[in-house]
Design a protein around this ligand. Structure first.
Ligand SMILES: O=C(CO)[C@@H](O)[C@H](O)COP(=O)(O)O
Length: 239
């Protein structure tokens, strides 16, 4: 295994659930300090929402922007590729220094080759599913991924409401996957929804608007962390 990959897996596997601020809701004119602010508040990971205007009806940023910020931060960079043709640009994201790269099953119905390329490139491989996609479609790939991203909104925009159906879908993944698979949830995660997400098995909680639009981000991060810890220690929580 690529040394970075094995070290990263070890690091992400061994600790409790984490909050992953989503940069989609930050102030892009201060991108570096917005990433630093996530770190100041206690984050270990930032979530880059990459949108191509085809897979989702919105644009954001690409590998050049991520590459320019990579030397500026020690945080784990996770790229969520909301792209119709992620394979065309995968090398760019690997070269940009992304630590985790997640592609969508809806965009790549047979992701075997791309998942292998992500892992061979030294990153962790994630596979995402949108709310309408039957969760059973993940099953053939569970052994080929490091992270399963269960979307709790239709991707494209921040600030949407959490789809409660994601809870059952995460439980489904948790029951069928090896314990070290990271289950991630993304969309509408906030003080109201985060504990249920943890109880359903989420280990990475992507939080956009609830963090970046908070009046006091450090206090919000702390509050969310407390709710995560309560979710972990309550009945039905992940092992
Ligand atoms: O991938 C996406 C949206 O497509 C998300 O990462 C959002 O950016 C999360 O924002 P909130 O729902 O937390 O406001």
């Amino acid at each position: 295994m690529h040394p970075n990959r094995s070290q990263l897996l070890e690091r992400l596997r061994n600790t409790s659930p984490r909050i992953c601020p989503s940069l989609l809701d930050c102030d892009f004119s201060f991108l570096k300090s917005e990433i630093d602010d996530a770190e100041r508040c206690g984050a270990e990971i930032v979530h880059w929402d990459v949108m191509d205007g085809f897979f989702v009806p919105n644009f954001s940023y690409g590998p050049m922007v991520i590459r320019s910020l990579r030397p500026q931060s020690q945080l784990v960079f996770e790229a969520h590729l909301m792209m119709k043709e992620p394979g065309k640009y995968l090398d760019g994201f690997l070269e940009a220094g992304c630590d985790v790269i997640t592609i969508h099953l809806e965009a790549v119905p047979d992701p075997t080759e791309l998942l292998r390329a992500i892992r061979d490139g030294g990153a962790l491989a994630g596979l995402a599913v949108n709310p309408p996609t039957p969760i059973e479609q993940l099953e053939p790939w569970l052994d080929q991924i490091d992270l399963a991203l269960v979307m709790s909104v239709m991707p494209g925009f921040g600030g949407q409401s959490f789809d409660q159906g994601a809870l059952e879908r995460m439980r489904w993944v948790r029951e069928r996957s090896r314990p070290e698979l990271i289950i991630e949830v993304d969309g509408g995660v906030n003080r109201t929804t985060i504990s249920d997400a943890v109880r359903a098995g989420a280990r990475h909680m992507v939080v956009g608007s609830a963090f970046y639009r908070a009046q006091d981000r450090a206090a919000e991060f702390q509050q969310l962390t407390q709710l995560v810890n309560e979710g972990v220690s309550s009945p039905g929580a992940m092992e």
